[in-house]
Design a protein around this ligand. Structure first.
Ligand code: CTP
Ligand code: MG
Length: 605
C-alpha cells in the first residue's frame, strides 16, 4: 500500500494561527471530504438506531393490542433487521473513514514535522534539546491524532445523535422533550470551566515529559561516561526526581479529570431518573402510551449519554490544543533557505577563498572570531593551528554556511558567500567533522552517503584506500557490508575517522575541509593518509585543522589562532624563523618530545 496522494500536497506552516480550531481545520486539507463522509455515515447509523425505537413504539402501541396476528408484523420484523444491519454497516463505514482520516493526518504531521526539523538552522538545533523535539514529534503529534480520531469526530457524532434523537423526541412529545434537555446548558458550562484547568495542567505535564525524555536520551547517549565515572546513583536520583515531578503533574492532570466526572454524572443521573419518573407518571395518568414511554426511555439515554461524552470531549480537546501549540512552536521556526541565492550554480567552484575582517558570534556580543582576514588561491592549502576553543571549527563552519558571519565579508571565487545557495555550497564543499557521526547502516552505505547517486564498488574502494580504511574494513567478516554502530560492530575512534574521510573523499568536493581529521590515527596511518591527501588536494582548496606540526607543515599558508584571532601567519619556514612566536614554541615542544621518545626507544633497544 502506498500513502494517499493528498499527504504530500500540503505545507504545515499554512496551519499556523492563533485560533487553534481554525488551525485544525486547515490541517485537514485534502481530507475534509472523507471526514465529512465519516460524519454523514455516522448520522445514517444514528438515524437507523433512532428509527428502531420508533418501530418499537409502533409495535407496542399499534400491533400488540390486536389479539390476532397484525398484518404488519412481518414488516416490523423486517424493519428491525434492516435497521440493525444499516446501523452496523454505516457505523463500520464511518469508523473506517474516520480512522483513515485521522491516521493520514497523523502520518502527514509526522512526515512534515520530521522534514521541517531537519531543515532548521544549526543555531536552532544548538539551543533546542533533542528530547524536547522527540517528544513534540511523537507524544504531541499523537495528541493531535487523538483530536482528529476521537475528539473532533466524537463531537460530530454527539451533535448528530443529539439532534436526531431530540428531533424524534420532539415529534413524540414536545413538552417532555424540552424538559429532558434542561441540564444540557449546565453540562456545557461545567465543561468549559474545566477546559481551561485541564489544559493548563496538561501543558505542565507535557513540559515535564519532554524534560524526562531529554534526561533519558542524554543518559543513553552518555552511558559510557556515566559508567566510567560510576555515577549511576547520581543519574538515578536525577531521573527519579524528574520522574517524581512527572508523577505529580500526571496526577494533577488526572485529578482534574476525575473531579469533572462526578459532576456531570450526577447531573445526568438526575436528568435520566427525573425523565423516567415524569414519563411513567404520565403513562399512569393516561397522558402517554406505553409504546411512547418505551421509545422515550431509549431516546433519552441516547440524548443524555452523548451529552456526558460531550463534556469529556471538550475537556480532552484541551490536550490536543496544547499539543497544537507545542508542535506549531517548532513549525513556526524559520527553515534554513537552501536554494535561494543569486550566485551561478551551474558550474563548479574554482576555490579562491577570501576572508575580509570577518567577525562571528554565536551569542550576541560574544564574538568567537574577530577580524579574520586572509586569502587563498584555488588549489592552495591552508592549515589552522591553535589552542582549543580558539575558533578554528567555528571559522570553517562559516564556509558551508552552517552559520552566517556577523560582520565582514567572505568571498568564494569573488562572489559574496551569502549569495550562494546553501545547498550548492554544501555539495561543493566536503567537510570531515571533528567528531564524525556514522549512521547505523553498512560501511558501504556510510561511505556512499554524500554522493546522492549509485556508486560502483570500485569508487567506494578507491575512496576507502585513500582514507587508509580499505584494509581494516576487509578484516571484518562481512567487509563493506558490515553494519556500523548499535546494530553492528562498534568502530574504534580511528576507524570511524577513516570511514568519515572516505565518505568525504568519495564526494569529491572542490573545497575540502578536514577538522582534526587524523587526530585519532597513529603516525604511520596518518602518514599514509597524508600521502593520499597530497594527491587528492591537487587542484582543490583545502583547509586542514590539526594540532601536529607534521600535519600542517606542508600547507601553503598556516594560520595560528588564539582566542578567535589570527596571531601568526605564513609558511612553515617563515613561521619557524620567527623565534619566540607561538608556532616556533609549539614546534620546539613537539620535536623535543619526539627526540625524547627516540632516545627512550634507543636506550631500550
Ligand atoms: N561555541 C559556541 N557555540 C557553538 C560552538 C562553539 O558558543 N555551537 C564556542 C565555544 O564555546 C568556544 C568557541 O565558540 O568558546 C570556539 O569554539 P571552536 O571553534 O569549536 O574551537 P576550536 O578552535 O575548534 O577548538 P578545538 O581545537 O577544541 O576543536
Ligand atoms: Mg574544533
Amino acid at each position: 500500500m502506498t500513502p494517499p496522494a493528498q499527504i504530500y500536497k500540503y505545507d504545515l506552516r499554512d496551519s499556523i494561527t492563533k485560533r487553534r480550531l481554525v488551525g485544525f481545520w486547515r490541517m485537514m486539507t485534502g481530507f475534509r471530504g472523507l471526514y465529512a463522509w465519516a460524519v454523514v455515515a455516522l448520522g445514517v447509523s444514528a438515524a437507523a438506531n433512532t428509527a428502531s425505537f420508533l418501530v418499537v413504539r409502533y409495535f407496542v402501541d399499534e400491533a400488540l393490542p390486536n389479539r390476532e396476528m397484525h398484518p404488519s408484523i412481518p414488516l416490523i420484523a423486517l424493519a428491525f433487521v434492516v435497521l440493525a444491519a444499516g446501523q452496523g454497516v454505516f457505523s463500520y463505514l464511518s469508523g473506517r473513514a474516520a480512522s483513515k482520516t485521522s491516521e493520514s493526518l497523523a502520518l502527514r504531521l509526522r512526515n512534515t514535522m520530521f522534514d521541517h526539523i531537519q531543515r532548521l538552522s544549526f543555531t536552532y538545533h544548538d539551543k533546542m534539546q533533542t528530547g524536547e523535539l522527540i517528544s513534540r514529534s511523537t507524544s504531541d503529534v499523537d495528541a493531535i491524532r487523538r483530536f482528529f480520531s476521537e475528539q473532533a469526530i466524537g463531537i460530530g457524532r454527539i451533535i448528530i445523535l443529539f439532534s436526531i434523537n431530540l428531533g424524534a423526541l420532539l415529534a413524540l412529545h414536545a413538552p417532555l422533550a424540552l424538559i429532558s434537555v434542561v441540564v444540557v446548558p449546565v453540562i456545557v458550562v461545567i465543561s468549559l470551566f474545566f477546559f481551561k484547568r485541564v489544559s493548563d495542567r496538561y501543558e505542565l505535564l507535557q513540559e515535564q515529559e519532554a524534560k524526562l525524555s531529554t534526561t533519558l536520551q542524554e543518559n543513553l547517549s552518555g552511558v559510557r561516561v556515566v559508567k566510567a565515572f560510576a555515577r549511576q546513583d547520581y543519574e538515578r536520583n536525577k531521573f527519579e526526581k524528574d520522574n517524581w515531578e512527572q508523577y505529580n503533574r500526571g496526577r494533577n492532570f488526572m485529578l482534574m479529570h476525575a473531579l469533572f466526572w462526578p459532576f456531570t454524572d450526577i447531573i445526568c443521573f438526575f436528568q435520566i431518573i427525573g425523565g423516567y419518573f415524569l414519563a411513567a407518571t404520565m403513562v399512569m395518568n393516561g397522558e402517554l402510551t406505553l409504546g411512547t414511554y418505551l421509545a422515550y426511555v431509549s431516546l433519552l439515554g441516547w440524548i443524555i449519554n452523548p451529552m456526558r461524552n460531550l463534556g469529556r470531549l471538550i475537556v480532552q480537546m484541551s490536550t490536543g490544543m496544547v499539543s497544537y501549540n507545542r508542535v506549531m512552536d517548532v513549525i513556526r521556526q524559520e527553515q534554513e533557505a537552501l536554494t535561494t541565492g543569486s550566485a551561478p550554480t551551474n558550474r563548479d567552484l574554482r576555490g579562491d577563498v577570501a576572508f575580509e575582517d570577518v567577525s562571528f558570534e554565536y551569542e550576541k556580543d560574544n564574538p568567537v572570531l574577530k577580524d579574520i582576514s586572509f586569502a587563498v588561491k584555488a588549489g592552495q592549502s591552508v592549515a589552522l593551528l591553535g589552542s582549543t576553543g580558539s575558533g578554528k571549527t567555528s571559522m570553517v563552519s562559516l564556509l558551508p554556511r552552517f552559520y552566517d558571519y556577523t560582520y565582514g565579508k567572505i568571498t568564494i571565487d569573488g562572489i559574496e558567500l551569502r549569495d550562494y545557495p546553501r545547498h550548492y555550497l554544501r555539495k561543493q564543499i566536503g567537510i570531515v567533522e571533528q567528531e564524525p557521526f556514522l549512521f547505523s547502516r553498512s560501511i558501504r552505505e556510510n561511505i556512499a552517503y554524500g554522493v546522492g547517486r549509485e556508486v560502483s564498488d570500485d569508487e567506494v574502494y578507491a575512496a576507502a584506500r585513500a582514507a587508509a580504511a580499505h584494509d581494516f574494513i576487509l578484516t571484518f567478516p562481512e567487509g563493506y557490508n558490515t553494519l556500523v554502530g548499535e546494530r553492528g560492530v562498534t568502530l574504534s575512534g580511528g576507524q570511524k575517522q577513516r570511514v568519515a574521510l572516505a565518505r568525504t573523499f568519495l564526494k569529491n568536493p572542490h573545497i575540502l575541509i578536514l577538522d582534526d581529521a587524523t587526530s585519532s590515527v597513529d603516525s604511520e596511518t596518518e602518514d599514509m593518509i597524508r600521502q593520499a591527501l597530497l594527491r587528492l588536494m591537487k587542484g582543490r582548496t583545502t583547509f586542514i585543522i590539526a594540532h601536529r606540526i607534521q600535519t600542517v607543515m606542508h600547507a601553503d599558508l598556516i594560520l595560528v589562532f588564539d582566542k578567535g584571532e589570527i596571531v601568526q601567519r605564513g609558511t612553515h619556514r617563515e613561521l619557524l624563523a620567527h623565534e619566540g612566536g607561538i608556532y616556533r614554541r609549539i614546534y620546539d615542544l613537539q620535536s623535543r618530545i619526539e627526540e625524547e621518545v627516540e632516545k627512550e626507544i634507543a636506550s631500550v633497544l
